[in-house]
Design a protein around this ligand. Sequence first.
Ligand code: 4NP
Length: 153
Amino acid sequence: MTSPSLLFVCLGNICRSPLAEAALRQRAAALGLAIEADSAGTGDWHVGEPPDPRAIEQAARHGIDISGYRARQVKRGDFARFSHILALDLDNLRNLQRLAPAGHGTRLSLLLDHVPGREGQPVADPYFGGPEGFVETWRQVSEAAEALCRQLA
Ligand code: 4NP
């Protein structure tokens, strides 16, 4: 069986989805779970850029270096490459549904739908707020990573 491959998608691919990718990679490694993970944005403004410095700092606090990540835009071909695509909020989920090729076999879902009690909730965009927003983002994506690993194990 091939390993599950998960793509996390937010708007800019510099704040939320890189942190979701990092949290999942860390949790899966701790559990010895073989997975592939990547992240992307529905927008193209930050393509080629490293994550937001506040996201880099938040990941570093948890022992993860994401400074080498580079933003990219999600593409239709991602639906052939990933077994799971996780949207960080409902706007991005709707945009992914529009982009999805007919008959694709990818499991497309809202990230927090995987966390019992948080179904239907977005991971709020911390980009325009203060640094405390990134603490909350980390908390939410960590919960999601834990829940996803439980499901994939
Ligand atoms: P992200 O946050 O979607 O979590 O990466 C954002 C990053 C940049 C912008 C919006 C959200 N922006 O408007 O440039």
